[in-house]
Design a protein around this ligand. Structure first.
Ligand code: ATP
Length: 363
């Protein structure tokens, strides 16, 4: 087991900066997820830690050891790749035994570790098969098995579930979380899927354009996003953003959303007269027929553009009279259709405020 630290780590490919001054401490035994859109530098960060890329600036430590100069095999890590990278000509047993054989472990120890891992993953019956005789889900387990037999101090996983269909992904997600709690080893996991990140990570590191935007628990990322990017990335459908105008009514500051006067909290007033973007999550917009208790209700009149029936909820696309579009997750018992006018209700307790120019949260 080991902690991991990135200290002012930069990776440059020619003149392109893929990872920009990354500072991140990952605790021993933590499940840390790197998440972000394609090209944001998450895989590069993992490859730097694995020793598959060299660091341009800064240092990476595993435990209290600086590993910049160590070859991948000396870092005491195991990596599961998106492609699984199984050796096609070898049986599952030999795939799992391979690295232990290279380490010079005895036949008995190899057998014990391979069978132990196979049992843990429920793949004992597949040990004699070749990778081409396995389903996608089975291959994914073998790839994980090959990593766990090594008993590394850190597991690295790069989109290990992206080749699985939606149902298998949910199942495999639970298995990896369970594996983490059984092994209590540090897991560092890369995905572009925010649901995977939210459900698996103790903490999530959100990246964009090579820059770490925020690292926090799933709940804090959802409730206190540091900026517009994180706010829009975490949550599905994404948070709605409204360009509100400041106005003063009877000496009281208000935020004007297409003609609807909303309260302006003290934090916003303290931010001077800078332009404000208001964020409202789709799940905090309600139909007046089904209002939860304990909200601070404010009306948001709108016209319906499209309704999607999801079974457990309606995804409603609507627009205000001034034409600002937004999306709401509505109780499925509501009967609404395209072109209807609805006085939606928003919960002022659940508003998010951002400095429009700086794109940072106003707190
Ligand atoms: P994805 O989800 O698509 O894998 P990512 O967030 O993992 O994206 P990286 O693979 O880390 O992104 O790539 C970050 C940036 O660095 C990308 O713009 C990519 O094109 C670039 N990059 C990665 N590897 C190299 C390389 N060997 N040479 C040049 N540029 C590279």
């Amino acid at each position: 087991m080991a902690s991991v630290s990135f200290e002012q780590v930069t990776k440059q490919f020619d003149d392109y900066v893929a990872v920009n001054n990354l500072n991140l401490e990952i605790a021993d035994g933590e499940f840390l997820v790197f998440v972000g859109p394609s090209g944001c530098g998450k895989t590069t960060s993992l490859r730097l830690l694995a020793g598959l890329e060299t660091v341009s600036q800064g240092q990476i430590c595993i435990g209290d050891r600086r590993v910049n100069e160590l070859s991948p095999k000396d870092r005491d890590i195991a990596m599961v790749f998106q492609s699984y990278a199984l050796y096609p000509h070898m049986s599952v047993y030999d795939n799992m035994a391979f690295s232990l054989d290279l380490q010079g472990k005895s036949k008995d120890e190899i057998k014990q570790r391979v069978y132990g891992a196979a049992e843990q993953l429920g793949i004992e019956k597949l040990l004699h098969r070749k990778p081409k005789e396995l389903s996608g889900g089975q291959r994914q387990r073998v790839a994980v098995g090959r990593a766990i037999v090594r008993k590394p101090s850190v597991f690295l996983m790069d989109e290990p579930l992206s080749n699985l269909d939606a149902m298998l992904r949910v199942q495999a997600r639970k298995e990896i979380s369970k594996l983490h709690s059984d092994l209590t080893t540090t897991f560092i996991y890369v995905t572009h899927d925010q649901v995977e990140a939210m459900t698996m990570g103790d903490r999530i590191a959100v990246m964009k354009d090579g820059i770490l935007q925020q690292v926090d628990s799933p709940a804090n990322l959802y409730n206190q996003p540091a900026n517009l990017f994180v706010a829009g990335f975490i949550g599905s459908p994404a948070m709605n953003f409204f360009q509100v105008e400041r106005s003063s009514q009877a000496g009281e500051e208000k935020l004007n959303l297409d003609g609807v006067a909303l309260p302006s909290p003290e934090t916003v007033a303290k931010n001077g007269d800078r332009a404000v973007t208001l964020g409202i999550r789709p799940e905090n917009i309600y139909h007046p027929q089904y209002l939860p208790l304990e909200i601070e209700p404010l009306e948001l009149p709108a016209t319906i553009n499209l309704v999607e029936m999801m079974g457990n909820e309606l995804i409603v696309y609507a627009q205000t009279a001034a034409g600002t579009e937004f999306v709401a997750r509505i109780d499925p018992r509501v009967n609404i259709k395209q072109k209807d006018s609805v006085k939606f209700v928003v919960d002022a307790h659940r508003f998010y405020y951002f400095d429009r120019e700086m794109e940072t949260a106003i707190t």
